[in-house]
Ligand binder design. Structure first.
Ligand SMILES: [Zn+2]
Length: 241
């Protein structure tokens, strides 16, 4: 088996259900290698190592990740099918979201996350609520550094998705969050947004803890809506440059 380098894994994202193949089972090994190449590329896009517009070249990626070209090619095809990559002439580039796609994505995100919060208020165990509360306490300490905050934010939302105890919803939210990776900068990079966002997280957890479904849904939708407004302001600034 090849050793693959791991880059900052979003907790719980796309956990491999396929184990590395046993000796002599080449088909299984190939599939597992493809999955790993896919996860590696996805993570690299997710953490912003590859940004929208960046060209992805099969041979460079094979060398970078120490994987043969076939699994890289298959991973690239899969990411293109998912519209995380786009064609630019003969090259494959990391896709970017236009204004309308961004707005559409936030609408879906607000509804799905709102539902996750509502279900979490119903179904989260006391332990899950405690984990969320601890995350809020911890994350308040990291305000300031945008990329650390962005990672903490992803962890929090992922934990909240799991607390909904609805696997289909978790799957859909994973897809939404993959597309979120196609935004060049995080709204958490905006001055003051980090602290406000963490307070919004606290309000969401308080509502879940109180088992108040409506309040949890409302608090989460408000959180996403505030993030979107910040996002739009950020884009407006970028156009000015
Ligand atoms: Zn958040």
């Amino acid at each position: 088996m090849q050793q693959f380098r791991r880059i900052g894994v979003d907790a719980g994202r796309d956990k491999g259900s396929i184990r590395p193949g046993s000796k002599g089972n080449e088909m299984k090994e190939a599939r597992s290698a493809q999955k790993d190449a896919y996860s590696l590329l996805l993570e690299a896009i997710d953490v912003g190592e590859f940004k929208p517009g960046d060209r992805l070249v099969e041979s460079d990626l094979a060398e970078k990740f120490g994987v043969s070209r076939t699994p890289i090619r298959e991973a690239l095809q899969r990411l293109e099918t998912q519209q995380l990559l786009a064609r630019d002439g003969r090259s494959l580039i990391v896709a970017s979201l236009d204004h309308n796609q961004l707005a559409e994505l936030y609408v879906v995100r607000a509804e799905l996350e709102g539902l996750a919060a509502r279900l979490a208020a119903q179904h989260a165990t006391d332990e899950e609520v405690r984990v969320l509360r601890d995350m809020v306490t911890e994350d308040k300490k990291v305000t300031g550094d945008a990329s650390t905050l962005a990672r903490a934010n992803r962890r929090f939302h992922h934990q909240l998705h799991l607390a909904s105890h609805n696997r289909f919803l978790v799957q859909q939210l994973n897809l939404v969050h993959q597309s979120m990776a196609l935004m060049e900068t995080t709204s958490l990079a905006v001055e003051g947004r980090g602290e406000t966002a963490m307070n919004e997280h606290a309000a969401i957890v308080a509502a879940i803890e109180a088992r108040d479904e409506d309040a949890a849904q409302r608090a989460l939708k408000n959180h996403i809506s505030q993030a979107f407004v910040t996002r739009l302001k950020l884009d407006a600034l970028a156009i000015d440059d």
